[in-house]
Design a protein around this ligand. Sequence first.
Ligand code: AMP
Ligand code: MG
Length: 210
Amino acid sequence: MARIILAQSQECIAEAVNVLRGGGLVCLPTDTVYGLAAAAENNAAVQRLFAAKDRASDNPLPIFISSINALPSVCDDVPVDVMQLANAFWPGALTIVIPKANAFHSLALVGGDTVAVRVPGHELVLAIVKEFGRPVTGTSANISGLPSPSTAYDADAQIGDRVDLLIDGGRAGGAESTIVDLTGERPAILRQGAVSAQEIERVLGAKVSK
Ligand code: AMP
Ligand code: MG
């Protein structure tokens, strides 16, 4: 069973970082739904995460970074349109698919050359990722095929016995992040979520495929 800890508790950040450093899994509230964090560059940790979610091994996991300044850890030459969207929506519920950095190796990308990344709009998550110092996975804390949990209770019921630490931070935002792919010829929405296509088009000054 996971240890359950309250988001308000003093040792929360340190405990979460310890689990990440040890290759463990942390279930935590975010600005969208409850998420599952593992050290993205730790193969064993990411493999455990795929198993915990019963996740198909060819379905990549999104990545959290702690700020726009950390983009170079996952992408070598950050395209202008990525910066425009990041400046407009981060921290927040927009996941952006971009070319991965040569030096960023993660099983979360399942062998692809792109990475889906965002800076979440949740102070506790940002503090944990910042203190950890490297990218972490930012996938929803559900078992594949089941609904994404928006409370610690729901997350515990689904996945509590498969993670090392569960942080109870009350109700999470609810809506999933929008995923926009900027690696193709024109921007494409891969998943509709909290940010609308119109908002993205306004920032880019261009049409996006839906
Ligand atoms: P989940 O992991 O269930 O929270 O959902 C994240 C979504 O992001 C899934 O539908 C993934 O297929 C998608 N995703 C993650 N990484 C990538 C990527 N590099 N390119 C395209 N989609 C991605
Ligand atoms: Mg999901």
